[in-house]
Design a protein around this ligand. Structure first.
Ligand SMILES: C[S@@+](CC[C@H](N)C(=O)[O-])C[C@H]1O[C@@H](n2cnc3c(N)ncnc32)[C@H](O)[C@@H]1O
Length: 240
């Protein structure tokens, strides 16, 4: 092989390697850009690192409505069993609404039937310094809601886990309907209701309760992974 041929072969290798390197860098950049686009934070309200994904926009709208109506009492069924670690999977609503309550003079009551869930959520409440704004109750939501006597400004239904099993799906849907019926008399004309895990096979947690609410003077404001409802005749500031 002549010196010129050898030189050409080395140059070809360098070209191939640099092309490979460029493709690798482009792939890594695309991966991180994709991740960044999918990342849905509640920044600056919450640290940017928490990704609320499919719940971000409905959380944001709920908080903006709460602010508009001066909400004070927030009631959640099913507590943040994974603390803030569960932002993407479970929502971490106890902490999100707890922080909102701290900032806006509200108070969160969160009820859960599992001692483990209650303990985990309480640890995160303590870590976030929200003890004066969040109370986590260990109880069956159906018992708790029946005994709850204050007017509820914001109701968040997210207890009985939904699954791929059809029997469990029905039980979860019936449970969430029953939860609503038990607290219905405490809701007023400006109450806001948010239901989690709705965009799932066979209607998700909200199927029966939403049907019931639509027949009883409520309307859907946002229908996505979560469903947000207000009274049919509630006048909203559409600029917000
Ligand atoms: C999906 S997690 C709640 C997630 C939480 N809302 C969040 O945003 O992080 C569901 C919780 O509902 C609780 N649960 C199930 N059945 C219940 C019932 N009958 N009463 C109260 N809580 C119940 C479970 O123990 C579990 O901790």
């Amino acid at each position: 092989m002549s010196v010129i041929d050898e030189g050409c072969a080395i140059f070809e290798k360098i070209l191939i390697m640099s092309l490979f390197l460029k493709l690798l860098i482009a792939g890594i950049c695309a991966f991180f850009i994709g991740k960044f686009i999918k990342h849905k934070s509640l920044y600056p309200f919450m640290s940017f690192r928490y990704d609320f994904r499919k719940r971000r926009d409905t959380f944001r709208k709920s908080m903006s409505l709460m602010k508009e109506f001066g909400a004070k009492t927030i009631l959640e069924t099913g507590t943040s069993r994974e603390g803030l670690r569960g932002a993407k999977s479970n929502g971490a609503a106890t902490i999100v609404f707890g922080k909102w309550a701290k900032k806006n003079g509200g108070f969160v009551h969160s009820v859960d039937i599992s001692e483990e869930s209650v303990n985990n959520a309480q640890r995160e409440v303590d870590r976030q310094n929200l003890q004066d704004y969040v109370k986590i109750h260990l109880n069956d939501s159906l018992v708790f809601l029946k005994e709850f006597e204050e007017p509820v400004d914001f109701l968040y239904l997210d207890s009985y886990d939904y699954s791929s099993d059809v029997k469990t799906q029905k039980e979860s849907q019936e449970h969430h309907l029953e939860e609503f019926k038990r607290i219905e008399s405490r809701l007023h004309e400006k109450s806001i209701v948010l239901i989690d895990d709705c965009d799932l096979p066979n209607g998700g947690k909200g199927k029966l309760v939403i049907e019931y609410m639509l027949q009883n003077g409520w309307r859907v404001l946002i229908e996505s992974y979560q469903v947000l409802l207000v009274r049919q005749d509630l006048i909203l500031d559409e600029t917000k």
